[in-house]
Design a protein around this ligand. Structure first.
Ligand code: PLP
Length: 400
């Protein structure tokens, strides 16, 4: 079956079944094809394959059955025609840019995107004559004002990291369409289990599969999903030549991750909402950022655009960096690491880690205060996560 044939099936069925065609061995679980190249029946078959006139596997830089199974499954989940898997999330961002842009082109991007994406645009693409204008994710009018004749790409992440600001995908998509600009959405935080950007008007979806698609913190990988014309031809064309390819083993890990994606995301969201409400009531906490709270500025938009509110919670403690570090250091269960999308709850102090390289003014503009803590809520018993955070938070109140 092709990705389109799966459209009639429910999302949970697609997550478990799409993309795998049983081989003659009759296996039930998807096999790992650990083979760098594939053989042809004859010299003519080889010639036809190299000419692109014959379907089938050639070389695992660009065709591998396990990687293809992952690509077809993710395409079926996102509702896209084509998917190209990549060696990392950043390789997915780079491959999209390399497939689309040339010297002189211009990008409009949300200032709330992943740190390495900011560096890629400002420090690396800039050397090739590609410039970027940074705008607010929550103000579509800024996107419209930033457009120039040479603008080719709109780049968005929603909800943002770590403040969980929610962008209006249909509103930004309307601006992109009006100006004939490709609109890419990094769907890492929501995954197709919570948000379907292609349905909402985006042209391309970027994934870091490293996060929730894996879900257990094992492998680095990524993917681009979109039209056959752009992703299936142009992004694939760049990948097959340049080679930031996903390994069959990592593809297999992500495939197995997709099978439990809906269940896991539901649990991440339920646990995160519980933690957010509990934090909101804690006297040491000045502010909680979580789209599921009624007080969140884009709560209604998030409720409309996403099926649930996600697993990331950020909160501000009174007392700046010293107090925030105390809360981080008082944990015994949580993992002090910047990764997210893991069964294990992780905790990080953005101002001194993920956003540590920004100048203080840039950090201030991005709203990353010294008292801010980000928690990527995992799948442990919620009471244990609360108790682990309470140790440091209660001490702050006691010490005041
Ligand atoms: C981690 C991340 C990336 C980059 O992915 P890698 O797999 O680490 O290369 C891109 N976007 C978002 C939102 C991320 O969280």
């Amino acid at each position: 079956m092709t990705a389109n044939d799966w459209a009639d099936f429910g999302p949970e069925t697609r997550a478990v079944r799409a993309g795998h065609e049983r081989t003659a061995e009759g296996e039930n679980c998807e096999p790992i094809f650990a083979s760098s190249s594939f053989c042809f029946g004859s010299a003519r078959d080889a010639a036809e394959s190299f000419a692109g006139n014959r379907a089938g596997n050639v070389y695992s830089r660009f065709t591998n059955p396990t990687v293809r199974t992952f690509q077809e499954r993710l395409a079926a989940l996102e509702g896209g025609e084509s998917c190209v898997a990549t060696a990392s999330g950043m390789a997915a961002v780079l491959s999209t840019c390399m497939a689309l842009l040339q010297a002189g082109d211009h990008i409009v991007a949300s200032y709330g995107v992943f740190g390495a994406t900011t560096t890629l645009f400002d420090n690396h693409l800039a050397r090739f004559g590609i410039t970027t204008t940074w705008v607010s994710p929550t103000d579509p009018a800024q996107w419209a004002r930033a457009v120039r004749p040479e603008t080719r790409l709109f780049y968005l992440e929603t909800p943002t990291n770590p403040l969980t600001e929610v962008a209006d995908i249909p509103a930004i998509a309307a601006v992109a369409r009006e100006h004939d600009v490709l609109f890419a959405v990094d769907n890492c935080f929501c995954t197709p289990a919570l948000q379907r950007p292609l349905k909402l008007g985006a042209d391309v979806i970027i994934h870091s599969a490293t996060k929730y698609l894996d879900g257990q913190g094992r492998c680095v990988g990524g993917a681009v999903v979109g039209s056959h014309e752009f992703v299936g031809e142009k992004v694939f064309g760049f990948l097959r030549t340049a080679g930031p390819t996903l390994s069959p083993f990592n593809a297999w890990v992500f495939l197995k991750g997709l099978e439990t994606l809906t269940l896991r995301m539901r649990a991440h969201c339920d646990n995160a909402l519980g933690i957010a409400r509990w934090l909101e009531a804690h006297p040491a906490v000045a502010r909680v950022h979580y789209p599921g709270l009624e007080a969140h500025p884009q709560h209604e938009l998030a409720a409309r655009q996403q099926s649930h509110f996600g697993g990331i919670v950020a909160f501000e403690v009174r007392g700046g960096r010293e107090a925030a570090w105390q809360v981080v250091d008082a944990t015994r269960l949580l993992s002090i690491t910047a990764n997210l999308g893991d069964a294990k709850t992780t905790i990080t102090h953005p101002a001194s880690t993920t956003h540590g390289r920004l100048a203080p003014e840039q950090r201030e503009r991005a709203g990353i205060g010294e008292g801010l803590i980000r928690v990527a809520v995992g799948l442990e018993s919620p009471a244990d996560v609360r108790a682990d955070l309470a140790r440091g938070l209660d001490a702050l109140v006691g010490g005041a």
